[in-house]
Design a protein around this ligand. Structure first.
Ligand code: SF4
Length: 80
């Protein structure tokens, strides 16, 4: 599985993209907490299940770009 950084939206001068569905693959997640630390409004650690939970179904790409790019296992993706 290759890891592709999300391109910056301001490189083309367009201010905002549409909201996209957030998908998190729990199988590949190693619980590094990178997403929780970089986007705490969207990701949290659930102590009951020992899993990362996604707090919102959708996000603007720019709001979770850093979390997607920091994930060492490429477990987070945005779907149109
Ligand atoms: S950054 Fe990726 S590997 Fe780390 S806790 Fe989040 S989903 Fe799991």
């Amino acid at each position: 599985m290759s890891r592709q950084p999300i391109p910056s939206s301001d490189s083309a001068g367009s201010p905002t993209s549409d909201m996209k569905d957030i998908a998190l693959d729990h199988v590949c997640c190693i619980l590094c907490m990178g997403c929780v630390e970089t986007a705490p409004d969207f990701f949290a650690f659930d102590e009951d299940t020992d899993r990362i939970v996604v707090l919102h179904d959708q996000a603007f790409e720019e709001d979770i770009r850093e979390a997607v790019n920091i994930c060492p296992k490429a477990c987070i993706s945005l779907e149109p």
